[in-house]
Ligand binder design. Structure first.
Ligand SMILES: Nc1ncnc2c1ncn2[C@@H]1O[C@H](COP(=O)(O)OP(=O)(O)OP(=O)(O)O)[C@@H](O)[C@H]1O
Ligand SMILES: [Mg+2]
Length: 326
C-alpha cells in the first residue's frame, strides 16, 4: 500500500486570553491509500484540531500553525492559501461531523442540496445531477430516494441525515474521508448501519478514512490501524490487533481497562488516572528497547520510538547518567 497522507511534526497553538495553548504538540502519522485509521483519546486530547488542520479548517487567529508538514498526495497543504486549499477541501478530502444538522441546510430540500453539490462541485448539468443524486441516495441505502429527495432535513431521522451527509461527502469521490465522531449521536443499530456504510465505501472506492471516536467498540469493528492521542501528542500507534491485544503505553492500557465492553478482564470499572506515567525504556546495545520496571516518569521529556512498521510508542528514554551531567 502506498501513503496518501503524511503528517509530520504538526504543532498547533491557540492564542487565548490566558496566553498560548499548545493544542497539538508535534504529531506525526501517515495514512495509506484505502486504509482506515482510527484516532482515539479523551476529550481535549487534540483529535479534532489535528484533523481539522489537514484541510486548514481552523481560523487563524486564534489558531496558529506553528510547525509541521501535511503532505497529501505528494503536496504540502500547510503553506497553502485559502484559495488553493479549497481545491482539496470537500473534493479530494471530505469531512463528516457528529451533527449533520450543522452541515445540512435546514431550509433546503435534501435533493436540492445534493444536486447543488454535484452542479457546483462536479460541474455536471442539472438533469444529470438529478439522476446521480438518486443513485447516491441508493448507494447510502436511503429507501425511496425519489420521495426522499423532496423532503427537508428535519423530516429525516438522525441516522438517515448522517447517511445523507456521507453521501454528500462522497460526491466528489474523495481520496480521503475524515469522519469526526460521526456516529456518536446515533442509537446502536443505526450506528452499526452507518459504520457498515463507511466501511463499504472505503473498500469499494479504495477511499482512505480517518475515523475519530471515543468508542473502542467502534474501533475494534472498523479500524485497520489505531492512533492513541493524549494531551496533544500521539502516545501509541499500532494495528488494531496490536492496540487491543498488546497495548503498551499506560494510557492505552488504561483506556482498554476503562472500557468494559472491549476489555477482556471482567472486574470493576477502571478510572483513568489524571496524570499518566510514561513508561521508561532503555535502549539496549542491539538497538532494541527494554522496559525498566518500577520507574515511572511523568512529563514532557518523552519521545516516540518506532517498534516496527506502523508500531510506535511514546516513552521516557532513560539517559545515561554521564549524559545528564553534561
Ligand atoms: N478555538 C480554540 N481556542 C482555544 N483552545 C482551543 C480552541 N479549539 C480547541 N482548543 C483546545 O485544543 C485542545 C484540543 O481540542 P480538540 O477539540 O482537538 O479535542 P478533541 O480530542 O477533539 O476532544 P473531543 O473528544 O471532546 O472532541 C483542547 O485543549 C481545547 O481546549
Ligand atoms: Mg473533537
Amino acid at each position: 500500500m502506498s501513503r496518501l497522507l503524511e503528517v509530520e511534526n504538526l504543532q498547533i497553538s491557540f492564542e487565548t486570553f490566558f496566553g498560548e495553548v499548545q493544542a497539538v504538540r508535534g504529531v506525526s502519522f501517515g495514512v495509506d491509500k484505502g486504509e482506515l485509521v482510527a484516532i482515539v483519546g479523551e476529550s481535549g486530547s487534540g483529535k479534532t484540531v489535528t484533523t481539522s488542520a489537514i484541510v486548514k479548517l481552523l481560523p487563524e487567529p486564534p489558531a496558529l500553525y506553528k510547525n509541521g508538514k501535511i503532505v497529501f498526495d505528494g503536496v504540502d497543504l500547510l503553506p497553502m492559501k485559502e484559495k488553493e486549499i479549497r481545491k482539496y477541501r470537500g473534493k479530494e478530502i471530505s469531512m463528516i461531523f457528529q451533527d449533520p444538522m450543522t452541515s445540512l441546510n435546514p431550509t433546503m430540500k435534501i435533493g436540492a442540496q445534493i444536486i447543488e453539490g454535484l452542479v457546483k462541485g462536479q460541474g455536471v448539468d442539472k438533469k444529470e445531477a438529478y439522476d446521480r443524486a438518486i443513485e447516491i441516495l441508493e448507494l447510502v441505502s436511503v429507501p425511496e430516494p425519489e420521495k426522499r429527495m423532496k423532503q427537508y432535513p428535519h423530516e429525516f431521522s438522525g441516522g438517515m441525515r448522517q447517511r445523507v451527509m456521507i453521501a454528500l461527502a462522497m460526491i466528489g469521490n474523495p481520496k480521503l474521508l475524515i469522519a469526526d465522531e460521526p456516529t456518536t449521536a446515533l442509537d446502536v443499530t443505526t450506528q452499526d448501519k452507518v459504520l457498515e456504510l463507511i466501511k463499504r465505501l472505503q473498500q469499494n472506492s479504495n477511499t482512505s478514512v480517518i475515523f475519530i471516536t471515543h468508542d473502542l467498540g467502534v474501533v475494534a469493528e472498523i479500524a485497520d490501524r489505531v492512533l492513541v492521542m493524549y494531551n496533544g501528542q500521539i502516545v501509541e500507534t499500532g494495528s488494531v490487533y496490536d492496540i487491543f491485544d498488546n497495548p503498551l503505553h499506560p494510557y492505552t492500557i488504561g483506556l482498554m481497562k476503562a472500557n468494559p465492553n472491549v476489555s477482556r478482564d471482567s472486574g470493576e470499572l477502571y478510572a483513568l488516572p489524571d496524570v499518566v506515567p510514561h513508561p521508561v525504556y532503555k535502549e539496549k546495545e542491539d538497538g532494541t528497547y527494554e522496559l525498566c520496571e518500577g520507574k515511572e516518569h511523568i512529563g514532557d521529556d518523552t519521545e516516540i520510538i518506532e517498534l516496527g512498521k506502523d508500531r510506535s510508542l511514546r516513552v521516557h528514554l532513560e539517559k545515561e547518567e554521564t549524559e545528564l551531567k553534561e
